[in-house]
Design a protein around this ligand. Structure first.
Ligand SMILES: C[C@H](O)[C@H](O)[C@@H](O)C(=O)CO
Ligand SMILES: [Mn+2]
Length: 423
């Protein structure tokens, strides 16, 4: 009987030939793939809860549905769950942490007083794994955000509190960047907006502009920290008016030289999010992607290998944007095993990138330039039935990750041994 390893090897050898016939160098694609980090969002592991234990609800229009048992209750548990997920994801990736995951040793430290020391354990954990980190100020789950307003709040003192939180977070981001030797992208997303007919749309936007300028006033070496701003079309409770909508932040990112964040769940469902990349990147140097999957709305379902995600990956590769786009994930599903959610979502993103890297891009470009749209369409369709799975299996095997459904058994074992024992 042929060994499973030999099967994978044989299938890969045949796959390589099929791709080579179209002019694709599979080994080169795999080499490139291995160097693309995906930033795993800590908040999938505990339903965006954080560890402040202040008894605040999530709010801000963020909704996590499901009550699958075994959610991480402490930072150590969350790191353990991330270890488990990362062991099943090929490549070296990054961790995207929210400020609400600070470890203050039981001391009450408000958000405007957070310091790098409160994230030391996270930084050490990432360092030991050779991972970079990204960061986010947390503008929700806090008494001063209970009415859904933060940086654009009409009350000056509350605005100042959130400006100070942002300033503290930029310093923490810089400390992460310095310790880990790779710049931290610190992303600002705020919930501020109105549920219904809004009379003054101008005032809050002016307040937000001034608050952001105050927050970003002190320059930070971009080799340590990069500031990013994330807009949104609507949220629960801000259906009619979102202060920080996309046009606001695109203008902000262009004029202030910030990273522009594109969350794939933050647009009207009929919009093609991938098409925004080449537009935004004409004017901004860098984009941060929050790859998500909206089902009918910004529902933050686990990312799958859907057409939308493939199109995003294709744009990144075809546009030669991989060095200008930071790829992060943003979903939270509490209805399935949370470790499996990370594995499925991250692997789907990596698969989309691999598929994109396996395109005969030069040939496709030439067809297009020559006006041979027939060949362009025919080859794009041919690609869909090439043995991509054999290349993916080989990639997993080279990284000592079980091929096929075996990873699910590993996660189930972890669930039985660890997750199910959590109260
Ligand atoms: C928890 C994240 O910061 C949050 O999901 C944000 O990025 C967002 O997308 C809000 O809709
Ligand atoms: Mn997001």
């Amino acid at each position: 009987m042929t060994s499973p390893k030999k099967n994978v090897d044989q299938a890969f050898a045949l796959a390589k030939e099929r791709y080579a016939a179209l002019g694709v160098d599979v080994e080169k694609a795999l080499e490139r793939l291995a160097k693309i980090p995906i930033s795993l969002h800590c908040w999938q592991g505990d339903d965006v809860g954080g560890f402040e234990n202040a008894g605040e609800g999530l709010g801000a229009g963020l909704a996590v549905t499901g009550n699958y048992p075994g959610k991480a209750r402490t930072a150590d548990e969350l790191r353990g769950d991330l270890d488990e997920a990362l062991a099943l994801i090929p490549g070296t990736h990054r961790l995207n942490l929210h400020a609400s995951y600070a470890e203050t040793g039981g001391e009450k430290v408000d958000r405007d007083a957070l310091e790098p020391a409160h994230f030391r354990a996270w930084i050490e954990w990432a360092k030991a794994k050779g991972m970079g980190m990204d960061f986010n100020p947390t503008y929700f789950s806090h008494p001063k955000a209970a009415d859904g307003w933060t940086l654009a709040h009409p009350d000056k003192a509350i605005r100042q509190f959130w400006i100070d939180h942002g300033i503290a977070c930029r310093k923490i981001g810089a400390a992460m960047g310095e310790a880990l030797g790779t710049p931290c992208v610190t992303n600002v997303w705020i919930p501020d907006g109105m549920k219904d007919a809004t009379v003054d749309r101008k005032g809050p936007r002016e307040r937000l502009l001034h608050a952001l300028d105050a927050m970003f006033a002190t320059p930070i070496d971009p080799r340590l920290n990069k500031d990013a701003v994330e807009g949104k079309l609507f949220g629960i409770g801000s259906e009619t008016y979102v202060v920080g909508m996309h046009e606001f932040y695109l203008g902000y990112a262009i004029t202030r030289k910030k990273v522009f964040t594109v969350d794939s769940g933050h647009f009207h469902p009929t919009e093609v999010v991938a098409d925004k990349l080449s537009s935004a990147l004409t004017y901004v140097d860098e984009v941060l992607m929050h790859v998500s999957r909206g089902v009918r709305w910004d529902s933050d379902h686990v990312v799958l290998l859907t057409d939308d995600i493939e199109l995003i990956a294709q744009e990144l590769v075809r546009g030669d944007y991989l060095d200008r786009v930071h790829i992060g994930l943003d979903f939270f599903d509490a209805s399935i095993n949370r470790v499996a959610a990370w594995v499925i979502g991250t692997r789907s993103m990596i698969k989309a990138l691999l598929l994109a890297l396996l395109e005969p891009i030069d040939a496709l470009r030439k067809y297009e330039a020559d006006g041979d749209y027939t060949s362009r369409l025919a080859v794009l369709e041919e690609l869909k039935s090439l043995p991509f799975g054999a290349v993916w299996d080989h990639y997993l095997q080279t990284k000592d990750i079980p091929v096929g459904r075996a990873w699910i058994d590993g996660v189930k074992r972890y669930e039985a041994d660890v997750l199910s024992k959590r109260g």
